[in-house]
Design a protein around this ligand. Structure first.
Ligand code: CP3
Length: 365
């Protein structure tokens, strides 16, 4: 760890902080002119694989936004390559996997012993950690087994996760083998990031919300919990993030992650309650609100802070990543607003006015 006493790391550990820390998923990306300029010269994968460039993109985004943590620039799908699945990005279409997994033999052929070949990510983390010292924490990340498996089996993004669920239901032995291999690779990959100086590891399970509670518990939770445990052995707090997870939260809580990400579909207080307040929470502004006027954006932001109610362990973020067309000024204004808002657990209120923390049943205004 490089910045163990930072606001962000303390909030991840549910310790009290002077103000709510903020960072944004996909804070380095196409909405930023500095990133677009680098992308004119290099492909996404080239940036990921050149530690100097990946570090530069990471640092530029964090510094220009004025956020409380820098997430390393990399991609969720990098481990696929060292497992033996080639892929590329197609303009406007996202990732395309060369030969998606469909049968047991495809899973049997996957390698789980080459996580060390992803060392370029750790090297980039070392550079970022060196640059920031203890001033700003660095977040490392990896994909969760379900979300990575969904790309490997579908061959790209998906709407119904038909092939993924078919493998889960029809070929449970192959499914479990795939989960185990993914846990092995991502655990080693995360350990290397932690050794390189990452202050927290975020596990992205972006698409897990497509599962029923029963299927999550049966086919995914044991593997995800095993991954969380292995990541925690490195000493850095673990953030588990998914979208559309309202119904899954009690099961997700059993992963034991230090921080759970909430998307905007569930009011923050209800999400935290569904987690029994066991852990810290991260979220949960709708990324589309970054396209609206400042007054609305500020009100919605304040509402989320009210729902957090001054309880230790809230990290402000979006409910999902920044969208490509987002006006960068809005992101900067929001980060500045949160930075300047010193944390007053409860302001003395006027006589007769409500004093308790707001709950989601009260209106935004
Ligand atoms: O947050 C950050 O600033 C760090 C960088 C980061 C990237 N990908 C770079 C990237 C992170 C954290 C990711 C994670 C990632 N990658 C996820 C999980 C997060 C989520 O949003 O749920 C997923 C599902 C992927 C796979 C992936 N990579 C997809 C589906 C796409 C295409 C979507 C698109 O926006 O075009 C990518 C491409 C990608 N990865 C970009 C960036 C900045 C797009 C920009 C580019 O092409 O240069």
């Amino acid at each position: 760890m490089s910045a163990p006493t930072s606001l962000f790391v303390r909030a991840c550990r549910s310790q009290p902080v002077e103000r709510t820390p903020v960072w944004f998923m996909r804070q380095a990306g196409r909405y930023m002119k500095e990133y677009r300029a680098i992308r004119k010269q290099y492909s996404l994968l080239e940036i990921c694989k050149k530690p100097g460039l990946a570090a530069e993109v990471t640092i530029t985004a964090a510094e220009s936004l004025g956020v409380d943590a820098a997430i390393i620039f990399a991609d969720l799908l990098l481990p696929l390559e060292v497992m033996g699945l080639g892929f590329h990005f197609e303009a406007g279409e996202g990732p395309v996997i060369d030969k998606p997994l469909r049968i047991s033999e495809d899973v049997a052929g996957l390698r789980a012993d080459r996580a060390s070949e992803l060392e370029y990510v750790s090297q980039a983390i070392t550079l970022v950690a060196k640059h920031f010292g203890n001033k700003l924490p660095v977040i490392g990340f990896c994909g969760a087994p379900f979300t990575l498996a969904s790309y490997m089996i579908e061959g790209g993004g998906s709407r119904h996760y038909l092939h993924t669920k078919k493998m889960m239901y029809n070929l449970p032995a192959a499914w479990n083998e795939l989960m185990r291999k993914l846990v092995e690779v991502t655990a080693e990959f995360s350990a290397a990031q932690a050794r390189a100086g990452a202050d927290a590891i975020q596990i992205f399970d972006s698409w897990v919300g497509c599962l029923s509670v029963e299927d999550y518990r049966r086919f995914v939770l044991p593997h995800t919990a095993a991954l969380v445990k292995r990541v925690q052995e490195n000493g850095a707090p673990t953030i588990y993030f998914g979208t559309d997870t309202a119904a899954l939260l009690p099961a997700i809580n059993e992963t034991g992650a230090d921080v759970i990400g909430l998307d905007w579909r569930i009011p923050l207080d209800q999400g935290w309650k569904a987690l029994d307040y066991r852990c810290a929470v991260q979220g949960n502004l709708d990324p589309v609100l970054l396209f609206v006027g400042w007054e609305e954006l500020r009100l919605r932001t304040e509402h989320i802070l009210q729902l957090a109610g001054g309880r230790p362990g809230h990290i402000f973020n979006l409910g999902h990543g920044i969208l490509p067309e987002t006006p960068v000024e809005n992101v900067k204004n929001l980060a500045r607003f949160l930075r300047e808002r010193s944390f007053t657990p409860k302001r003395a209120s006027a006589p007769g006015s409500a004093t308790g923390p707001a709950d989601s049943a009260s209106s935004i205004r």
